[in-house]
Write a protein that binds this ligand. Structure first.
Ligand code: S3P
Length: 441
């Protein structure tokens, strides 16, 4: 699933953005829909699945472990699951491509099944830390052999029955939380995760919807999430709401390009995902919510975003888990604000698809923006609303969000910005460039 052919792109400012976009299905919910449906007995239907490479890697892995997964001509995905405990030994290594979510969550599933699986991925994924899931899954009894530094390629040999644990998350990570909960599905007894800092809660919501016994208690030390195994999951009809992380690119694009006004339809507003909206509003962005409704157990709304002058802020560190994937595009908004924006407390950015602090610093500097790098974040000197100098050349190093963020920066730059490879955008937002063309007059 590596991108054999790099796709370079030069982006120039082309005037206001107008129109309506419908963002693709949420990536986190799409992965979980396929995984949980693959563990239910009977047919689940999934509408609005994100058909990006990361999610397709999850689909291929679940097929390799016995689930029947098909996409109908109507765009609806139909999944016949094998039942919790029923995953089959995959014949070959599971190719996770660029997807950390697929890797970490599936390691959890394999850990408590009587199978072994080898996980491989692209250069970016192979440099990401897996020790954070190896540690708790090892405590549950899985035998995991990783490459040096706890990296991919690695092999997980599951244990049946696995041992239920009580695990306090040392990092704010929904992937680690979910890996342990998913291992808990096929583990007799109660597996418990203590989460001192809240992270996205799609696993909890969806597992409850699939019929698992899962409880969440709010205590002073954080949330205690307990799952009872061995669980039985019932097939579901799922409608995946639009991805707030994908919507973030359009929120910032409309905010920074003078004269813009766009509607972004069908955006998931789960409160564990709305940090970018909060930060942009603190900066003075004009974002309104319309037709707020419930879709598949999540709050969804249409957003209207109009161009507005932005001012620098200190980005509250406590927003980090609810906007962790949105920092690259927030940094672009900061580059257009009046004053110096400081975002700290975001260490986790160092271990994303690549080190996003260093990568965004380099990308913004290439576009003529002055920055200061900290171990846990970035300070950015804004233009005060004037065009960014631009003119530079940006390396995306297999990171989809750097590619999309710097494309949006190019829309507000005096000189074109060249991006070495936008092919990685297909991992999370295959229609990104078509949607952009549709918004340009
Ligand atoms: C995700 C959790 C986050 C996020 C990733 C998707 C998930 O990662 O960055 O894109 O679906 O659980 P961490 O768990 O590492 O914070």
């Amino acid at each position: 699933m590596s991108h054999a052919q790099p796709r370079p792109l030069t982006v120039s400012a082309r005037g206001p953005l107008r129109g309506t976009v419908r963002v693709p299905g949420d990536k986190s919910i799409s992965h979980r829909s396929l995984m949980f449906a693959s563990l239910a007995v009977g047919e689940s239907r999934i509408e609005g699945l994100l058909e990006g490479e990361d999610v397709l890697a999850t689909a291929a892995a679940m097929r390799a472990m016995g689930a029947q997964i098909e996409r109908g001509d109507d765009g609806v995905w139909r999944v016949h699951g094998v039942g919790v405990g029923g995953l089959l030994q995959p014949a070959q290594a599971l190719d996770m491509g660029n997807s950390g979510t697929s890797t970490r969550l599936l390691m959890g599933l394999v850990a408590s099944h009587a199978i072994s699986a080898t996980f491989v991925g692209d250069a970016s994924l192979s440099s990401r830390p897996m020790g954070r899931v190896i540690e708790p899954l090892g405590k549950m009894g899985a035998d995991i052999t990783a490459s040096p530094g706890g990296k991919l390629p690695l092999m997980v040999r599951g244990l049946v029955p696995a041992v239920p644990i009580e695990y306090t998350l040392p990092v704010a990570s929904a992937q680690v939380k979910s890996a342990v909960l998913l291992a808990g599905l096929n583990t007799p007894g109660i597996t418990c995760v203590i989460e001192p800092v809240p992270t996205r809660d799609h696993s909890e919501r969806m597992l409850r919807g699939f019929g698992a016994e899962i409880t969440v208690e709010e205590l002073p030390q954080g949330k205690i999430i307990s799952i009872s195994g061995e669980a039985e999951l019932k097939p579901q009809q799922i409608v995946v709401p639009g991805d707030p992380s994908s919507a973030g690119f359009w929120m910032v694009a409309a905010s920074i390009v003078p004269g813009s006004e766009i509607q972004i339809a069908n955006v998931c507003l789960n409160p564990t995902r709305t940090g970018l909206i909060t930060a942009l509003r603190m900066m003075g962005a004009d974002i309104t919510e319309a037709d707020v409704r419930e879709v598949g157990g999540e709050t969804v709304a249409d957003l209207v975003v109009r161009h507005a002058p932005l001012k620098a802020i200190e980005v509250p560190a406590e927003l980090a888990p609810s906007m962790i994937d949105e920092y690259p595009i927030l940094f672009v908004a900061a580059a257009m604000a009046e004053g110096r924006t400081v975002a700290r407390g975001a260490h986790e950015l160092r271990v994303k698809e690549l080190d996003r602090i260093a990568a965004m610093r380099a990308a913004l500097e290439a576009a003529g923006v002055a920055t200061e790098e900290f171990e846990d974040g970035l300070a950015i000197q804004g233009s005060g609303g004037g065009a960014l100098p631009g003119g530079g050349s940006v390396a995306t190093l297999l990171d989809h969000r750097i590619a999309m963020s710097m494309t949006i920066a190019g829309l507000a730059a005096a000189q074109p910005i060249t991006i070495d490879d936008v092919a990685p955008v297909a991992t999370s937002y295959p229609d990104f460039f078509e949607t952009l063309s549709g918004l340009q007059l």
